[in-house]
Write a protein that binds this ligand. Sequence first.
Ligand code: ZN
Length: 154
Amino acid sequence: MKCPVCNNELALKESEGKKYFLCTKCKKFYNPSDFMSNPKIGGNNETERPPMALSISSMVLGIIGLLLSCLGIGIFPAIIGFILAIIALATHRSKGMAIAGLVTSLIGIIIAAVILITGTAVNGVLEEQGFTSSEKTKKESTEKDKKNSEESSE
Ligand SMILES: [Zn+2]
């Protein structure tokens, strides 16, 4: 076992039944458990590598959300991707992809939101000016009435 500070070989000591490492150079004590939990000091780097599945799925969902947002339905995968990206960032998983997922899903949410807002706004304006389907049915019904009256007059 080597000292993480000076790389000097540690001496294994025992006190009150507890084992610990002592660096004779910098006079520091280390618990054997320190070497297990901290991969930088001596643990297995391979097993300590953070899982990337969460970051990858957040990025994939973000891209899907971005593409689907043009159809107005992308807001759902984008929101899921956004949440996954936040979890990935909060748990310190592969940051690059989590940020990519965060950005893509955020853009997807914004595009979908803009489409939804402008879509309803356009519908609202059309409704005010009487260009909606209700006007259409009114016209159709008047035409029907005309036909009916024509038929009845014959
Ligand atoms: Zn040392």
